[in-house]
Design a protein around this ligand. Sequence first.
Ligand SMILES: Nc1ncnc2c1ncn2[C@@H]1O[C@H](COP(=O)(O)OP(=O)(O)OP(=O)(O)O)[C@@H](O)[C@H]1O
Length: 339
Amino acid sequence: MTKAIVIEGLSKRYGDKRAVDGLDLVIGEGECFALLGPNGAGKTTTVEILEGFRQRDAGDVRVLGEDPGVVSNPRGRRGRASRAEWLDRIGIVLQGSGGLDLLTPREALSSTALAYSRPRPVEEVIAAVGLEEKADQRIAGLSGGQRRRLDVALGIIGRPELLFLDEPTTGFDPKARRDFWGLIASLRHDGTTILLTTHYLDEAEHLADRVGVVAAGRLLALDTPENLGGRAGQDATVTWEEGGRRHSFVTARPTRAVADLTARLATADGEVPELTVTRPSLEDTYLSLIAPHVVVGDDVEGVKGEGMQRDDLQVTAGRPSGGSTRHTEPGRATNGVTR
Ligand SMILES: Nc1ncnc2c1ncn2[C@@H]1O[C@H](COP(=O)(O)OP(=O)(O)OP(=O)(O)O)[C@@H](O)[C@H]1O
């Protein structure tokens, strides 16, 4: 595997706060990798170090073969030319960008495109993010979701080899999210490496080849979405209706359980009433992974104000929400970058 990103023993403190605490991670070229974690887990700090916006305290980092801490410094020993070359290969969508209010999306994209050696056509990018109707209106008048789409457009206009997406679909309506997922699929198809942070687990599940879960600056788990935390091999819950009541049990062998139930209870048309077979969803697995880092009445360790509370976990954890089958066997956009 050719490595797009290599992180070894990465650490970063803010005063006494350990935002990133000995992180190791390798992301391959062409991979779509999702970094998951509660508020304050250290995701943005990590990504900003990779983007060259922040200096690390310790550890080694390589992004497209360069040390961002060195190459991103225009006055450093590598100089302005290397920095421009490196930035030419990277696209960045930050959590929110501003300062473009007086421009239109077309103007913002056209001027940003000038900074790249082989930009995508502006029209193509406007269409890809579904901003055709807003292309010539002032950015100040765009809705939150439309601005976010523009952020994404600014991130991909330079035809990056590596795209950083920090919570890209926040504020998107469901259709815009689906459209965005399609866009990411086509970028991946073209070989773009993508590092995504998101709080939407369905988004990670849909888009990512692998996910990493971080809390308190440490990597808790790393796997494909299907296998995270041993998910694929975990017991299944079988539920059905019998005698007017719901019944359920947990089993490691759901195929056999369904066959037994079908033999015993199936009606003339072969159906067992209200039969469902569920395994833990990605959300269930994620919540149990981060649960030890949740403090009752306080934020997640190392977290900003809106951290997830234990009450949230009680509502959701263990809910047989994912993989449910019925009657079947379960089976800072570049506009923020000074170039
Ligand atoms: N500039 C800063 N100065 C001081 N502390 C900071 C700064 N930036 C982040 N932190 C702290 O570092 C920790 C990690 O924050 P970070 O923003 O990297 O987390 P995150 O996983 O991206 O969170 P979110 O999901 O809320 O975006 C938090 O405790 C946060 O309060």
